[in-house]
Design a binder for this molecule. Structure first.
Ligand SMILES: Nc1ncnc2c1ncn2[C@@H]1O[C@H](COP(=O)(O)OP(=O)(O)OP(=O)(O)O)[C@@H](O)[C@H]1O
Length: 317
C-alpha cells in the first residue's frame, strides 16, 4: 500500500473518484436514528438535515441527551441510520454495505472524548498510531513505523514518545496520540466528540491550536461536538443547535452566539455565561521528564482559550 499524503481528497483526479458536480462535501438529509428500547423505539435523531463545505468546521451544540453523539456516531457509521442519507461528496455512506463502505471508511474519522480510555493501554504510541495502517492493508512494518513517526511529529510529540505506552502520557499528549491515530487513515472529515472536554483549560487550548493548524495545512473538515461555547467559538465557522433530536438553529457561529434567534439557543448561551455553570477543574500536573521531552503541553505559549469555559450542560445536567 502506498501511504498517501495527509488528506489527499478522494474526489480529486489522483483518486479517480470524481464527486458529482456541485455536490456539497457533506450533506445530511432527513437523518433519523432510533434506538430499540423496551416496548418500542426511541428516536434520538429526528429528521436532521444540514450541509458542510470542505475545509470548514461545524460545531454541534445542545444540552445533554439531545442527540449530538448519536449524530456523530452515525457520521462515522458506528451506528446505522434508521432513515435519511449521509452523503459524502454524493456517496450515501449510511446506505452502503460494510464491504462497499470499506474504501470510504478512512475518509471520516473520529476523535473521542476520553483520552484515557480510548487508547489501548498495552500498546506503544507507535503501534496505536500504526494500527489503522495495518488494518488498511499496509504489510510493511517499516513503512508503518515510518508513517507513525511522521504523524507523531505532526501532532507535536517527540520521537521518544513512539515507544511509550498511554499511561506514560499526560491527557493532552494522549489526545495528540488519538489525533495522530485518526490522521493515519488520511481522513477528509474529522468528527471530534467532546475531544477537549476531559482536558485542563490550557491543554484544551493547545489541542484546539493543533486542530486549527491541521485544518489550515491539510484542508480537513471538522464536525465538533462540544458543550463548551468557548471551544465552539475558537474552532467553528458554523454552528448547529440541537434540541431533543432536532435542529433548532443554524448559522455562522459568531452571529448565532452574539444574537441567537431561538429562545432555546438563548437559554443555552445564558447557561454558558452563568458563572455557576462553570465546571470547577483542578489543574492536573502535565508533562513530566519521564514523558520524555516537553514539546507538547508544557512549553506551548500559544494563545489560551477565551475565559468563557462554561459548559452548555453545566446547568442542565
Ligand atoms: N443505545 C441506546 N439505547 C437507547 N437510548 C439511547 C442509546 N444511546 C443513547 N440513547 C438516548 O438517546 C438520546 C441521545 O443520546 P446522545 O448520547 O446522542 O446525546 P448527547 O447529546 O450526545 O448527550 P451528552 O451531551 O450527554 O453526551 C438520549 O436520550 C440517550 O439516553
Amino acid at each position: 500500500m502506498n501511504t498517501p499524503p495527509l488528506n489527499t481528497p478522494s474526489g480529486t483526479p489522483e483518486s479517480g473518484n470524481t464527486p458529482p458536480a456541485g455536490a456539497p462535501f457533506l450533506a445530511v438529509e432527513n437523518l433519523v436514528v432510533e434506538y430499540p428500547v423496551p416496548g418500542g423505539t426511541f428516536r434520538a435523531v429526528d429528521d436532521i438535515s444540514f450541509t458542510v463545505e470542505r475545509g470548514t468546521s461545524l460545531a454541534v451544540v445542545g444540552e445533554s441527551g439531545c442527540g449530538k453523539s448519536t449524530l456523530a456516531h452515525s457520521l462515522v457509521r458506528l451506528i446505522r441510520p434508521t432513515s435519511g442519507r449521509i452523503l459524502l461528496e454524493g456517496t450515501d455512506l449510511g446506505a452502503l454495505s460494510e464491504r462497499r463502505l470499506r474504501p470510504h471508511r478512512r475518509r471520516v474519522q473520529m476523535i473521542f472524548q476520553d483520552p484515557y480510555g480510548s487508547l489501548d493501554p498495552h500498546l506503544s504510541a507507535e503501534d496505536i498510531v500504526a494500527e489503522p495502517l495495518r488494518l488498511a492493508g499496509e504489510r510493511s512494518r517499516t513503512a508503518r513505523s515510518k508513517r507513525a513517526a511522521e504523524l507523531i511529529d505532526r501532532v507535536g510529540l517527540p520521537s521518544s514518545a513512539l515507544q511509550r505506552r498511554p499511561a506514560e502520557f499526560s491527557g493532552g499528549q494522549r489526545q495528540r496520540i488519538g489525533i495522530a491515530r485518526a490522521l493515519a487513515s488520511d481522513p477528509e472529515l474529522l468528527v471530534c466528540d467532546e475531544a477537549t472536554s476531559a482536558l485542563d483549560v490550557s491543554v484544551q487550548a493547545q489541542v484546539l491550536a493543533l486542530l486549527r493548524d491541521l485544518q489550515a495545512s491539510t484542508g480537513l473538515t471538522f464536525i465538533v461536538i462540544s458543550h463548551n461555547l468557548g471551544v465552539v467559538r475558537e474552532i467553528s465557522e458554523d454552528i448547529l443547535v440541537m434540541r431533543s433530536g432536532s435542529v433548532v438553529e443554524r448559522g455562522a457561529t459568531a452571529a448565532v452566539l452574539a444574537s441567537p434567534v431561538e429562545p432555546y439557543t438563548r437559554a443555552l448561551r445564558r447557561a454558558a455565561l452563568d458563572p455557576a455553570a462553570m465546571r470547577g477543574r483542578k489543574p492536573r500536573s502535565v508533562v513530566s521528564a519521564r514523558a520524555g521531552g516537553a514539546r507538547a503541553d508544557d512549553t506551548d505559549t500559544r494563545p489560551r482559550p477565551p475565559a468563557e469555559a462554561a459548559t452548555v450542560s453545566g446547568t442542565t445536567e
